[in-house]
Design a protein around this ligand. Structure first.
Ligand code: SME
Length: 154
């Protein structure tokens, strides 16, 4: 992990250690990402509730409140249970445009300690091809720190 990413990961460890509350930690993690990542316009969470992803804590413009599992980039991430990188949202069929400025996007799945998916973390950029392997590593690490800080979110 590069120096800047290691620094953000260390900050997340300290910041998220203050409580086990998942809402408080999602709120602070979205703020940490938003304040420390260049060229992004949205960072936040969608929480799996039944067969829907419901808007959770975030930073950025108001966003759609519910996404059907399987729909959009977030839905693909939740369904496939894999990180999804979209270099150009205009080339992703079914992309849900919450902010017209968004050009590229990364969505990371979040798993409880027992391996079940409970949420996805979505980060959007006004630049195409903003996210690559380094960002993927950082955001997957931050997702892991979040789940561990909340004791596996059991
Ligand atoms: N673009 C996402 C929807 C969420 S907003 O970007 C915040 C998607 O296609 O799933």
């Amino acid at each position: 992990m590069n120096g800047n990413n290691s620094q953000i990961a260390r900050q997340a460890l300290a910041l998220l250690g203050a409580t086990k509350d998942i809402t408080a930690n999602m709120a602070n993690l979205s703020a940490l990402i938003y304040q420390n990542t260049a060229d992004i316009n949205w960072a936040g969470f969608y929480i799996l509730k039944g067969d829907k992803l419901v808007l959770g804590p975030f930073q950025g413009k108001p966003a759609c409140v519910e996404i059907e599992n399987g729909k959009g980039v977030c839905g693909l991430c939740a369904k496939s249970k894999k990180t999804v990188l979209v270099p150009d949202v205009h080339k992703f069929p079914g992309h849900i445009a919450c902010d017209a400025a968004s050009q590229s996007e990364i969505v990371v799945p979040l798993f409880k300690a027992d391996g079940t998916l409970y949420a996805v973390m979505d980060i959007d950029s006004p630049k195409t091809e903003r996210f690559g392997p380094q960002e993927r590593e950082l955001f997957e690490t931050l997702a892991d720190i979040l789940t561990r800080a909340c004791c596996g979110f059991n």
